[in-house]
Design a protein around this ligand. Structure first.
Ligand SMILES: Cc1cc2nc3c(=O)[nH]c(=O)nc-3n(C[C@H](O)[C@H](O)[C@H](O)COP(=O)(O)OP(=O)(O)OC[C@H]3O[C@@H](n4cnc5c(N)ncnc54)[C@H](O)[C@@H]3O)c2cc1C
Length: 499
C-alpha cells in the first residue's frame, strides 16, 4: 500500500488546480485519474472568467492561459451581455479558451511541480477511519491517504461512497451537443423555436473588435435543445441528424463526429463538502446548467480555497477545524451559481411571456448599477466570504495593486505566487511585528498612492494594513490599530510559534 498525505480522485480542472496548490505547500499529493491522457473528446467549457484569470495570475501562471486564448467581453446573464471593461481589475475581460487547452496548461504546471498522476486507474471504493482513508483502485491496488478529495466530476463516486447527499432539482431541459463535419455550410448562430434555443458555431474562431469571427470550413459545434427530457441512451449521429432536420430542415450533410454528448440543467449541490477525511470540490460538489460558463471556474476556485487550508492541516500548522471554513465559504458561492443558472434557464424558456420577461430583464441590465452587480457576479469578482463585520475589503478579493516598496515597484499578486499569506503594511514602515508567525506569513512594507476600488462596490477607504490569505482574499484589515490581528493570524495561519 502506497501512502500519500492527500489523494485526489480526478485530474480534471479542479483536481489539477488542487494538486498544484498542495504541491506549492510541499504536501505529498497524488492524483488518480481514469483517463489515459489529458485529451478531452469534446470542447466542454469555453473559457475563463475574470476572477479565475486573477486566481491563476496570483500563482504566476495567468500568462500561460492568456497567451493561448482570446480575451473578450464574455460575461452575460440569460444571453444579455455584461460589459466589465470598466471594472477595477487588470483582467477586465474573460478568456475564450477551450477546456482541453485549459487542462493541458494546468497539467503542465502540475507536472513541473512533480505531482504523481496515476492514469488509467479509477477510484472504486473508499474506507475511512480516524487516521486516514483507504482508497481502492481499479487496478486492484489501494492507496492510503490522510485525506481524500473527490474532484471526480458530477457523477462522483467519492461523493456517493462517502454517503454525502446531493439534493437539488431534476432536469427541465436537455440538449444534444456535438462536434462534427458538415458537407454544406450551415447557418451559424442562434435559432429559437418552440422547443427552445439551438446554436451552430465553429470550433475555431477569432475575436476581432470584440466579435466572434468563425474560420472558414472546419469542425462545427452543434447545440440542439431536445423536445423531451430524460433520454438515457447515448446519443448517436442519427439522433443528431434527425434533430438538425427537425430544426433547420436539413442536416447539412453531417458526418465524422468527434464528440456527441448531452447536457441538461440538472441542478444539485452536495449537502456537505466534507465528511470526516473526505472532501469534495468542483462538479463533484455542484452541477448545474452550463449557461453563463461558471462550472469550471467555480471548481478551480474551490480548489484554491481548499488547497492552502488542507495543506496547513496536513502540515500540522492549523487544526482540522480550519477545513470547516471550506464548506462555510464555498457552499454559498456555488449555491448562488445554482440559483443564477436556474434563473437564466427559466428566462430562456420558449414562451412569449417568458420572452417578455427576458426583454424586461435585459432592459434592467442595461442600466449601470445592475450591469455592474450582475457583471461582478457572473465574472466571480464579487465573491464575499463572511468573515464578520468590518471594512468592505474583509472577505473580499485583494486587488492587484502596484505598490512602491523600498526594493522598488511590486505587484500585489506576485506576493502570492508561492501560495503564502502576506501582511501588507501600508502605513509607517516597521510598524508591525509578527515574528511568532514569521515562518508562515510574509511581512511587506509598501505604499499605494492610487484609489482603492472594488468591483460593483466602487471606492472604499484606504486601509492601513491588510492580511492576505494565499487564495487572495482579505482576512483582516487594519485601520490605525492592530486590533484583532493576532486573532486573525491564529485563526487562519495557526497558533504562534513560541520564541
Ligand atoms: C457543454 C458544456 C459546456 C460547458 N461550458 C462551460 C464554460 O463555458 N465555463 C465553465 O466554467 N464551465 C463550463 N462547463 C462545465 C465544466 O466543463 C465543468 O464544470 C468542469 O469540467 C468541472 O471540472 P472538474 O474537474 O470538477 O470535473 P471534471 O472535468 O468532470 O473532471 C473529473 C475528472 O475525474 C475523472 N474521474 C471521474 N471518476 C473517476 C474515478 N472514479 N476515479 C478516477 N478518476 C475519475 C474524470 O475522468 C475527469 O478527468 C461546461 C460543461 C458542459 C458539459
Amino acid at each position: 500500500m502506497t501512502e500519500h498525505a492527500v489523494v485526489i480522485a480526478g485530474g480534471g480542472p479542479t483536481g489539477l488546480m488542487l494538486a498544484g496548490e498542495l504541491a506549492l505547500a510541499d504536501v505529498d499529493v497524488a492524483i488518480v485519474e481514469r483517463r489515459a491522457s489529458q485529451d478531452l473528446p469534446g470542447s466542454r467549457a469555453g473559457g475563463l472568467h475574470s476572477r479565475t484569470i486573477e486566481v491563476l495570475d496570483q500563482r504566476g501562471i495567468g500568462d500561460r492561459f492568456l497567451a493561448e486564448g482570446q480575451t473578450a467581453q464574455v460575461a452575460a446573464f440569460a444571453g444579455t451581455p455584461l460589459d466589465i471593461s470598466d471594472f477595477p481589475t487588470r483582467h477586465n475581460y474573460g478568456l475564450g479558451l477551450w477546456q482541453n487547452h485549459i487542462e493541458r496548461i494546468l497539467a503542465g504546471w502540475v507536472g513541473e511541480l512533480a505531482v504523481p498522476l496515476y492514469r488509467q486507474r479509477e477510484v472504486t471504493g473508499i474506507a475511512q477511519d480516524d487516521t486516514g482513508v483507504d482508497v481502492e483502485l481499479s487496478d486492484g491496488q489501494s492507496r492510503r491517504a490522510e485525506y481524500l478529495v473527490g474532484c471526480d466530476g458530477g457523477r462522483s463516486l467519492v461523493r456517493k461512497a462517502a454517503g454525502i447527499e446531493f439534493p437539488g432539482w431534476d432536469a427541465t431541459t436537455s440538449a444534444l451537443i456535438a462536434q462534427v463535419e458538415m458537407t454544406e455550410e450551415p447557418e451559424l448562430g442562434i435559432r429559437r423555436d418552440a422547443s427552445g434555443m439551438h446554436a451552430l458555431g465553429k470550433v475555431d474562431y477569432e475575436i476581432r473588435d470584440g466579435e466572434v469571427v468563425y474560420k472558414e470550413g472546419g469542425t462545427v459545434g452543434v447545440m440542439l435543445t431536445e423536445s423531451h427530457v430524460g433520454a438515457t441512451a447515448e446519443p448517436t449521429l442519427r439522433d443528431l441528424s434527425e434533430a438538425l432536420v427537425a430544426v433547420y430542415g436539413t442536416d447539412y450533410g453531417i458526418h465524422s463526429p468527434t464528440w456527441i454528448s448531452r447536457f441538461t440543467d440538472m441542478t444539485r449541490q452536495a449537502a456537505t463538502y466534507r465528511a470526516g477525511r473526505v472532501l469534495l470540490a468542483g462538479d463533484a460538489a455542484h452541477v448545474h446548467s452550463p449557461v453563463g460558463g461558471q462550472g469550471l471556474n467555480t471548481g478551480v476556485q474551490d480548489a484554491v480555497n481548499l488547497g492552502w487550508k488542507l495543506a496547513q492541516v496536513v502540515n500540522r500548522t492549523s487544526p482540522e477545524s480550519l477545513l470547516d471554513t471550506y464548506h462555510a465559504e464555498r457552499h454559498p458561492v456555488a449555491a448562488r451559481v445554482l440559483r443564477n443558472t436556474m434563473a437564466q434557464v427559466a428566462l430562456m424558456r420558449p414562451d412569449d411571456r417568458i420572452e417578455a420577461l427576458r426583454e424586461s430583464v435585459t432592459e434592467l441590465l442595461s442600466m449601470d448599477e445592475p450591469r455592474k452587480r450582475f457583471g461582478a457576479m457572473m465574472s466571480g469578482l464579487d465573491i464575499h466570504y463572511d468573515l464578520g463585520e468590518g471594512h468592505p475589503l474583509l472577505g473580499r478579493r485583494m486587488p492587484d495593486l502596484d505598490l512602491v516598496t523600498a526594493d522598488g515597484p511590486l505587484r500585489v499578486f506576485t506576493l502570492l505566487h508561492d501560495a503564502r499569506p502576506a501582511l501588507l503594511n501600508l502605513g509607517e514602515p516597521g510598524g508591525f511585528d509578527i515574528t511568532p508567525w514569521g515562518d508562515r506569513v510574509q511581512l511587506i512594507d509598501g505604499k499605494y498612492f492610487g484609489t482603492w476600488e472594488l468591483p460593483a462596490l466602487g471606492a472604499v477607504t484606504a486601509p492601513n494594513a491588510v492580511l492576505i490569505r494565499p487564495d487572495g482574499y482579505v482576512a483582516w484589515v487594519g485601520d490605525r490599530t492592530q486590533l484583532g490581528l493576532h486573532d486573525a493570524l491564529t485563526t487562519w495561519f495557526g497558533p504562534p510559534t513560541a520564541a
